[in-house]
Design a protein around this ligand. Sequence first.
Ligand code: G3H
Length: 492
Amino acid sequence: MLNNFIIDTKTYGYLSNGEWRESTNNSVIQVMSPIDGTHVGSIPNMTTQEVDAVIKNAKSAFFKWKELPMDLRVQILKKAAIIMRNNVDILTSLIIREVGKNYKESYEEVSRTADLIDFYAEEGRRIIGESIRSDTYPNYGKEKIAITERVPIGLIVSIPPFNYPINESTPKVVGAIISGNTTVLKAPSQGGISTIALGEIFRIAGLPAGVFNIVSGESSVIGDFLVTHEEVDGINFTGATSTALHIQEVLKIRKKLMPIMLLGLGGKDASIVLEDTPIDRTAKEIAKGAFSFSGQRCTAIKRVIVIDSIADSLIQKIKEEVSTYKVGNPMDQTVDIGPVINDRSADYIYSLFEDAKNKGATVVLGGRRNGRYIDPIILDNVSLDMKIAWEEPFGPILPILRVKNIEEAIEIANNSEYGLQGGIFTKDINKAFYIASKLDVGTVNVNGKDSRGPDNLPFTGVKNSGDGKTIQGAKYLIESLTRIKTTVINFD
Ligand code: G3H
């Protein structure tokens, strides 16, 4: 059980070669709870020398790990899923305390992730290739047969975000290791203890030394060093677009190509609502989509674009729904909306609110602020000159834009630097398909809130939300974390 491992205010180590080690650096990174600022624990503030040693160990572990039978990898993952399920309560409490997520969402994050590990294990058994005869090409006979296999890439650096410290870290780890790669995960400063707990689960499950390693530290000190290290063969990053742009920039100093780069970035997901949609259900979905985890999801609904004729009744219903949400300390299991992650984030969300109010938006609901706690905000009559129409708040604020027709809705939805997901609410399947075909995003959700899950679905982003590669969804992520290797047999 993890009860003896996760201890209040403990100083945790970094995970290298299957062991928890203490950093030689005198300072640590203190993780403070966004709930009340109390100390949850500390994670190592590592030096580049320490990170260098972890990377080299992980790379040499790769050459052994890739040779181990798939069935052995599957068994280890299955064991890890059991350990996670057996520790659901302690992990739930840790997520609540470390990132301020409410009880139900924290619990679901853990149970969903245990299922995810099992699913990736099963998907590992389906990593297969194909055979191609030369006579399928013009002017060739049967003189050649090509056999393709999916093989691992090497050492993958995994960089998860704070907002799903277990569920966003796990696919990066299990996607890498079931495919035969090894990984060094950089723990987020907030949420890092949860990723360390994940490391302990795999350690107890019997994962060989060096296959899954965890480092932590100031991004300004170890960040560039980690991603540009010449032993690294891939980067799987989820986080801010600005950080991804920075990574792309610093990679230019590397003298080797980076074989794979997977990016899951920000979003400004728009839900387009047509006149014929059933109002009650649509309002419920939009409320959930906009405000779960206090809006701190890349796939949160961050704009509603509604046909004017239905706007009043839709907004009234969303308001009724969101008014039932309880704001407060998420240790209280009845609370829906907890704090946002830090003061800087709360200041930014509030500045978008002030900007919209000053430019004439109508405050339908919310806006009271107490430090990191912000009552969910609904804004009507949002216009295109307001920052909230374009910027990603990552907080509990929903702008509503009224439009005259479908074409105007599509134009506004697409006129964004982001292209993660989008939504359409309508009973008319023809209109739904038409709009879906026009939206420049990774995923379109018809009659449902935007969402990454279930965790076997492909997850991609375009424009400043990603590079179009599939970054989640068991089968798809495994494809992204492997390459095709071909052996050609020539017959006499
Ligand atoms: O923050 C981005 C997450 O990938 C969103 O995941 O749709 O499961 O909330 P979710």
